[in-house]
Design a protein around this ligand. Structure first.
Ligand code: ADP
Ligand code: TZD
Ligand code: MG
Length: 581
């Protein structure tokens, strides 16, 4: 369309000194809202936008694949409580970013996917434009909100809406469609400046009702075997001190979900992590704080939860989450910071500790299980098994509690989650609600960029492959990321053989004796291959001390893993095939 000055797209306009354009306004609108980091892949129509963003002092990180830029944006949203921005080109770039947008939405991470798009007039008549796609329609079902800006004077309001939609209420992914023509539309500079919108109080407090708080506290007070479950929503809320005070004042055993680990240190005396089965089965009142009762908690039903009658308290910002799987006897709806504050106030000076039979039983179980695990973590097998390798890495994280741990894989994920203790909030990034392989390098990059801390990424060899090319990105920006690839030559194990005896490899195995460490050497990073826990320890320590991009190929016994790690029960198996064997 012609812009408000009557100039056609991209044409030189006489007297441009008093004009501004779409490129500039997008940048100004983001900056006005304190958004200064962008994760992107350049191309038509956003190449110049990226250049101009960098020129304007924003930090713009170019990736090798949009999905990884998107995962970085999602992780950044989780870490900072501000929307992480992924910027992509039209149709194929947009689609590559879409998986990450859906992932962010599923995980309640605030993120905005900004994609350039083709000419609306041509797309809508399906006349075959360059990278033609009705991106807005495609994005809508996969995110919290989706907007398109057609006029330069609406850029300010469009970006404001996207920010507010991403972070308010339950956070999530937002799609913002910016057609190519928008960037070159011009407008009077003063008018442009006036059109920008600063989002005031983007995620307003949502206070719980006092009745809901009283109801929850009464239920908790009467419990004989209470349990608190902390989820990644609690970690996200950044109400760290109040959450810790609340848990400690209550005296109740707590269980952190994987990305809530470290909210209280994993070696805290009330941690029930090592007694997970016992507390889920035998508890009578369960309080969920920022955790959904989904598959990760066996939907609150079945063998995991046992026969003990249970009542649930749920603290969440999303009212629709209540009763999603089981009856919630005491819903507390509000933002976690406000809810926990109200709960603390409601507890008063004196709060009765739960019966000691229960807390002692949990503690005993924790001690027994921790002691049982200890020798396995000290084993010196060569090649390593998962426990030997993770025992070494557990010590490193204990010595370096500020570093961020990124973790994906099957066995590599499940074992690392239980073995490696976290000591500080928001230091663990993993596969999230869907169990996505491929979050690794994007999350590691975001963690390094957003926190400035060293990052240790513990990756299954399959998992690593989904985002492995981003080690070039890590080297290019010289980020303090140490990637440890648990190389067991395959998915779950490296032992499968082709049942026909044919020459094709089995479906779950990779090239034997692969040297992932050689990959990073191609980009000037440090590559090391190790076969023992001692070698692993020194290689990781060196990487963490130097801050140099490093990839360690950790050779793991290819028979050490189990199918699907800890979730083999979800893996459908053919009865027919088994009979034939
Ligand atoms: P986990 O996988 O760790 O169990 P989930 O992703 O299932 O965690 O649950 C996170 C929950 O936290 C979501 O239901 C979401 O609505 C909620 N949540 C996120 N941020 C906040 C917040 N600031 N206040 C309250 N609830 C929140
Ligand atoms: N694709 C995507 C995007 N996510 C997935 N979760 C999968 C495929 C299926 N999948 C898993 O659930 S785990 C896994 C795949 C392919 C890889 C496991 O192998 P690994 O880990 O080498 O990463 P271990 O240590 O060998 O078990
Ligand atoms: Mg593997």
């Amino acid at each position: 369309m012609a812009d408000s000055t009557g100039a056609a797209n991209g044409e030189e306009v006489a007297g441009t000194e008093n004009l501004t354009d779409g490129f500039t306004l997008v940048i100004d609108a983001l900056k006005l809202n304190d958004i200064k980091t962008i994760y992107n892949v350049p191309g038509i129509p956003i190449t110049d936008l990226g250049r101009m963003m960098q020129a304007s002092g924003m930090r713009i990180l170019s990736f090798r694949h949009e999905q990884n830029a998107g995962y970085a944006a999602g992780a950044s949203g989780f870490l900072t409580k501000k929307p992480g921005i992924c910027l992509t080109v039209s149709a194929p770039g947009f689609l590559n970013g879409l998986t990450a947008l859906a992932h962010a939405t599923t995980n309640c991470f605030p993120m905005i996917l900004i994609s350039g798009s083709s000419e609306r007039e041509i797309v809508d008549l399906q006349q075959g434009d360059y990278e033609e796609m009705d991106q807005l329609a495609v994005a809508k079902p996969l995110c919290k909100a989706a907007y398109r800006v057609l006029n330069v004077e609406d850029i300010g309001i469009g970006i404001a809406r996207a920010i507010r939609a991403a972070v308010s209420g339950r956070p999530g992914g937002v799609y913002l469609d910016l057609p190519g023509k928008l960037f070159t539309q011009v407008i009077d500079a003063d008018e442009g400046a006036k059109s920008l919108v600063e989002v005031i109080d983007a995620a307003p407090s949502q206070l719980p009702s006092s009745q809901s708080v009283d109801r929850a506290l009464n239920l908790l007070k009467g419990a004989e075997r209470p349990l608190i479950i902390l989820g990644k929503g609690a970690a996200y809320s950044q109400a760290d001190d109040d959450i810790r005070n609340f848990v400690e004042k209550s005296g109740i055993p707590y269980l952190p979900m994987s990305m809530a680990k470290g909210l209280l240190p994993d070696n805290h005396p009330q941690s029930a992590s090592a007694a997970r089965s016992l507390v889920l089965k035998d508890s009578d009142v369960v309080m969920l704080i920022g955790a959904r009762i989904n598959w990760l908690l066996s939907h609150g039903k079945g063998r995991t939860w046992g026969d003990q009658a249970k009542k649930f308290i749920q603290v969440d910002i999303e009212p629709k989450e209540m009763d999603s799987n089981v009856e919630i006897a005491a819903p507390v709806v509000g933002d976690i910071g406000s809810c926990v504050k109200s709960l603390l106030e409601g507890m008063g000076e004196e709060w009765p500790k739960p019966p000691s039979e229960w807390t002692e039983e949990v503690k005993d179980k924790v001690e027994t299980n921790v002691a049982r695990m200890a020798p396995r973590l000290e084993n010196d097998n060569n090649p390593m098994d998962f426990h030997g390798a993770l025992g070494a890495l557990k010590k490193i994280i204990k010595e370096r509690p500020d570093s961020v741990l990124v973790n994906e894989g099957a066995n590599t994920l499940d074992f690392a989650r239980t073995v490696i203790d976290m000591y500080k909030p928001r230091k663990r990034l993993d596969v999230g609600t869907w169990g996505v392989m491929g979050i690794g390098m994007g999350s590691a990059i975001a963690a390094a960029v957003e926190t400035g801390q060293p990052v240790l990424a513990i990756e299954g060899d399959s998992a690593f492959g989904f985002s492995g090319m981003e080690i070039e990105t890590i080297c290019r920006y010289n980020l303090p990321v140490c990637v440890v690839v648990f190389n067991n030559s395959g998915i779950y194990r490296g032992m499968d053989t082709n049942p026909t005896g044919g020459s094709d490899a089995a479906t779950t195995v990779f090239v034997k004796d692969s040297r992932y460490d050689k990959m990073i050497e191609a980009f000037g990073g440090v590559g090391v291959s190790v076969t023992s826990p001692d070698e692993l320890t020194s290689a990781v320590n060196e990487a963490m001390d130097s801050g140099r991009p490093t990839l360690i190929n950790a050779v793991i016994d290819s028979s050490a893993g189990t199918e699907s790690g800890r979730i083999g029960n979800l893996n459908p198996k053919s009865v027919v095939a088994a009979k034939k064997e």
